[in-house]
Design a protein around this ligand. Structure first.
Ligand SMILES: Cc1ncc(COP(=O)(O)O)c(C=O)c1O
Length: 390
């Protein structure tokens, strides 16, 4: 079976994990710190905080942005449910701003309307869909005017760059950026996430929230009577200063992620090559085109998404996916629009509220794209599509 996405593990990765197992430190040791430093340096941010998943990163980022009961978080309807769930976890309301039909990213025009309708918005979460960076200057300036923080969901976009050449994650247009290291992403940690930020106070808060809300670094202690004896801090003493979580990641996961990060450029190069080949080989098929056609030289190329006009072809998406599966080719739909999920469901309002997301959803299909996809496997996928859609 050729899946739509897959991680790539080699002997270096295995050796790195085995080294940690022999080191005597399994969690919150040197590999976690090394991974945080490596990501901060790679993307060009002051701080990076590693956590147990991209979802945990989004949850903590929403809290640090001030999302709470009585406030709103705005995200894109075309994303994985986690981008929206962060708002609910933090006790807020979630509102969606429709996508731009050419980029499949949050449309600044739709965001402007959503912000005007929801003056209690505390966080805007644009998602760099399939690795293509959003229009961050426009989104940041709208969020600034509304007094909302920007949290970039870069789960798909490690290695992507903005038009000015800076890397996604540097937070030049956001308060925080989050990444995911789930196996299907650019690099794998097993499970894992990261938040980057340039804000010292946010960094300190995230460190506390990651570990139960307990004081970290030189945080001032709130209860000096309990904390000190004769002016010296009691050796056992720690303080839970707010309700936090256990979202720590282990040294085992970070050893794998560090080893993978060293290969990121070759992973990205192969993905770029495969994307260009799909573009040229599939360009002759009628009623089919890449969902994102512009700016992809800057993309992290997490997914290769097609837009197929199934109606014009007289073929259902389900029958095409099943036929491809019979031939050993896995495909997927990224994503069912989040407002259509039962938890968020706005029933019949979905289509008129999000016309671009709705039109995109009817046509989307992700085909295999990953570092280990061989030339001959890719040819097999291309030939199958040509055959079934001719
Ligand atoms: C856009 C997006 N955001 C967030 C996440 C959550 O990441 P994780 O699976 O590491 O929790 C994902 C995961 O698929 C994602 O695709």
């Amino acid at each position: 079976m050729i899946p739509y996405g897959k991680h790539h593990i080699d002997e270096d990765d295995i050796a790195a994990v085995v080294d940690v197992l022999r080191s005597g430190v399994l969690t919150q040791g040197p590999a976690v710190e090394a991974f945080e430093r490596a990501i901060a340096d790679y993307v060009g941010a002051n701080h990076a905080i590693a956590v147990s998943s991209g979802t945990a990163a989004l949850h903590l980022a929403a809290l640090a942005a001030g999302v709470a009961p009585g406030t709103t978080l705005i995200t894109s309807p075309i994303t994985f449910v986690a981008s929206a769930n962060a708002g609910l976890y933090a006790g807020g309301r979630v509102v969606f701003a429709d996508i731009d039909p050419e980029t499949i990213n949050m449309s600044p025009a739709a965001l402007e309307v959503a912000l005007a309708d929801n003056p209690d918005t505390k966080a805007v979460v644009p998602v760099h869909f399939a690795g293509l960076p959003c229009d961050m200057p426009a989104i940041k300036s709208l969020a600034d005017k509304a007094g909302a923080a920007v949290i970039e969901d870069a789960a798909h976009a490690l290695g992507a760059t903005y038009p000015d050449g800076r890397r996604v994650g540097c937070c030049s247009h956001s308060l925080m950026t989050i990444f995911s290291f789930h196996p299907v992403k650019a690099i794998a940690a097993g499970e894992g996430g990261m938040i980057t930020t340039n804000d010292d106070a946010v960094y300190r808060r995230l460190l506390r929230l990651r570990s139960h809300g307990i004081n970290k670094l030189d945080d001032p202690l709130l209860l000096p009577d309990q904390a000190f004896t004769d002016g010296v801090q009691n050796p056992w003493y720690y303080e839970m200063q707010e309700l936090g979580f256990h979202y720590r990641i282990t040294d085992i996961q970070c050893a794998l992620a560090n080893s993978q990060l060293r290969k990121l450029e070759s992973f990205l190069e192969r993905r770029r090559f495969l994307v260009q080949r799909y573009d040229s080989e599939l360009s002759g098929i009628r009623n089919l085109r890449p969902a994102q056609q512009f700016g992809r030289e800057r993309s992290g190329h997490h997914l290769y998404v097609l837009r197929i006009d199934f109606r014009a072809l007289g073929v259902s998406r389900s029958s095409l996916m099943n036929e491809l599966r019979t031939r050993g080719i896995g495909t997927q739909v990224h994503y069912i629009p989040v407002p259509m999920q039962p938890v968020y469901r706005v029933a019949d309002e979905f289509r008129p509220c999000y016309p671009n997301a709705s039109a995109y959803y009817e046509q989307a299909l992700s085909i295999p794209l990953y570092y280990g996809l061989s030339d001959s496997e890719q040819t097999f996928v291309i030939e199958a599509l040509k055959d079934l859609l001719k």
